[in-house]
Design a protein around this ligand. Structure first.
Ligand code: C2G
Length: 130
């Protein structure tokens, strides 16, 4: 059984998120998703997500093809998570291209193209303007 792991904030879930999860799942038989905590987000982007980590975790868990979810507490712990969940493949969107190549010693690392024309940042800007 091929186990795939991926990570993200998945705040204000949209079709780009759903598609990358489905494409990640198609690379194996079991999909594990690390949902970044509010604290990790705050340290990365200096802002709080719209939905709490608990809501984001619950939403991601409800998506067909997602087999297991957990909280990602730090970007630097990816190697530990890969080992803990016995992942064979790490999938990230290509906005992270090259960033996680160091984990190629632990598992296959695949960067998938992002869905064009949609992002949480743009969605929030549209909602604010309407
Ligand atoms: N994504 C996508 N297409 C979009 C938007 C996002 O394919 N239009 C992908 C991203 O490339 C990422 C995943 O959806 O792989 C989750 O995106 P974010 O929620 O923006 O995740 P991010 O804040 O980049 O957190 O350890 C890494 C972080 O947890 C990733």
């Amino acid at each position: 059984m091929k186990r795939v792991i991926t990570f993200g904030t998945f705040d204000v879930l949209h079709v780009g998120h759903v598609r990358i999860l489905q494409r990640a799942r198609a690379l194996g038989d079991y999909l594990i998703v690390g949902v970044s905590t509010d604290a990790l987000n705050f340290s990365k982007k200096q802002k709080r997500p719209v939905y709490s980590q608990f809501d984001r975790l619950e939403i991601v868990k409800s998506i067909a093809g997602v087999d297991e979810v957990f909280f990602e507490h730090s970007l630097e712990l990816k190697g530990e998570y890969i080992k803990q969940f016995s992942a064979d493949v790490l999938v990230m969107g290509n906005d992270w291209e090259g960033r996680f190549d160091e984990y190629k010693s632990l598992c296959e690392v695949v960067y998938l193209p992002r869905t064009e024309g949609i992002s949480t940042t743009e969605l929030l800007a549209e909602i604010r303007a309407s």
